[in-house]
Design a protein around this ligand. Structure first.
Ligand code: NI
Length: 432
């Protein structure tokens, strides 16, 4: 595809006008003002549109779209125990497959090209990633409530099987991470074994970290240190790690995350909705920590729109710190694109330059909320939403454009999810 006459976000996170941007063999192959001699195929008119690097959703639980609207207005522990766990007990593999496809449909529609996921039903998530054309780093969440040999834990066995079968699958679109669910769902001896094996496999880790005040307090009681200090003591941060939430951190915790080059996936909507608190994003930025953005699962959000997430991510620090100058539109755009790509270990992605992967989103500037075009980036972040996305491209292939999905039947996905969710809810109620 050859984008013609289009504004794009350059690697300095500034808008720049280009006459031509050519995409070939999955990569951005040309940026310039003279018409390229090479044939790039279809020409796309970029008038009144902006080309952005596609979004990297850095923390999600994709099959949880099945739970949209099911567990509302509850704090984390009751949300989990009274609503989420009983529902999850009744999900079967094929339900997870359709739920994940619905997640991916919403993500593609909102310009997301890749997501970092943690859940079970790994085979079904992988199948949906394969089918849809999106990119994904998936980690089978490991949970351990007793000491022992990690090799005996079912979730670990599934994680190993996924690594063996799918690491780098689908031309590298699929990556398998190792995921340790959280401090409060694991024993220290298991965390230590996890770290050793992650190092031996040379893979990325994905964890929940300091989401609630309660988690921190109880970790201090159990281990005499914060969750961050504990993960570090166990060696987990010796591999590239994505730590979701990080709402309750001390300065010492931030020192550790910086020293270990951990990627923080902040999830502002989920933290607000579950009443967990507000992540001090500016304190992370001040320390030079790489911050990325995640939606978390739909059950605590309830959407997967990264533009809405960016909006919150920029506004919450301003409001809570009484400092309107902090966390700019450029900061959050970088978090949602380049930082997310780096966090996933996709070093040639997340930016628009020659040689980078062609993972792109086109935003329309036609809406009334995009006028006047005095500051287009601020319009996109503070007035825009996923509804402004008109095209999403992954590895040079258009997977979504103008309401149409190129890789699956969206009506079938909606039908299956509706039918299957009703069945699951009936099962849950009959067991209650
Ligand atoms: Ni989560």
């Amino acid at each position: 595809m050859l984008f013609k006459n289009i504004a794009y976000l350059n690697p300095d996170f500034e808008l720049q006008q280009a006459q031509y941007i050519g995409v070939k063999d999955g990569k951005i192959a040309f940026i310039g003002d003279a018409c390229p001699e090479e044939d790039f195929g279809e020409v796309y008119d970029g008038a009144n549109k902006v080309l952005l690097p596609g979004f990297y959703n850095s923390h999600a639980h994709s099959p949880m779209t099945l739970l949209r609207g099911w567990a509302e207005n509850l704090p984390l522990q009751r949300w989990l125990e009274e609503k989420v766990f009983p529902f999850e007990d009744n999900i079967h593999g094929e339900d997870a497959y359709w739920g994940t496809l619905l997640t991916i449909a919403e993500m593609l529609k909102c310009g997301t090209v890749s997501f970092t996921d943690m859940y079970f039903f790994g085979d079904d998530v992988v199948k949906a990633v394969d089918k849809s054309g999106i990119k994904c780093n998936f980690g089978r969440a490991i949970v351990s409530f007793a000491d022992g040999d990690i090799q005996d834990i079912q979730s670990f066995k599934e994680s190993e099987a996924l690594l063996k079968e799918f690491q780098g699958a689908f031309d590298g679109r699929m990556k398998i991470d190792m995921s340790l669910h959280a401090e409060y769902t694991n024993r220290r001896t298991i965390m230590e074994q996890f770290a050793e094996i992650a190092k031996a496999h040379n893979v990325h880790a994905h964890i929940h970290l300091s989401e609630t005040e309660k988690e921190n307090r109880e970790c201090m009681e159990r281990h005499g240190m914060s969750p961050t200090a504990l993960f570090n003591a166990c060696g987990v941060f010796d591999v590239p790690t994505t730590a979701a939430h990080c709402v309750w951190l001390s300065d010492e915790d931030r020192e550790i995350l910086k020293a270990k080059d951990v990627t923080v996936a902040t999830c502002p909507a989920s933290n607000l909705k579950l009443g967990s608190g507000i992540c001090d994003v500016q304190a992370l930025l001040d320390k030079g920590i790489r911050v990325a953005i995640g939606t978390d699962g739909v059950a605590s959000n309830n959407n997967l729109d990264m533009l809405r997430e960016m909006y919150l991510c920029a506004l919450l620090p301003k409001g809570s710190k009484h400092r309107p100058e902090i966390v700019s539109e450029k900061d959050v755009l970088k978090m949602a694109t380049l930082n997310g790509a780096i966090g996933q270990g996709r070093m040639d992605s997340g930016k628009i330059e020659v040689g980078a992967r062609a993972d792109l989103a086109v935003i329309s500037l036609d809406g009334p909320h995009m006028y006047p075009a005095t500051d287009v980036l601020c319009n996109i972040v503070y007035a825009g939403s996923g509804a402004d996305v008109v095209l999403t491209m992954v590895d040079g292939k258009v997977v979504y454009a103008d309401g149409e999905y190129k890789t699956f039947d969206i009506e079938r996905v909606k039908f299956e999810v509706q039918k299957r969710t009703q069945h699951i809810i009936k099962e849950v109620k009959s067991h209650a």
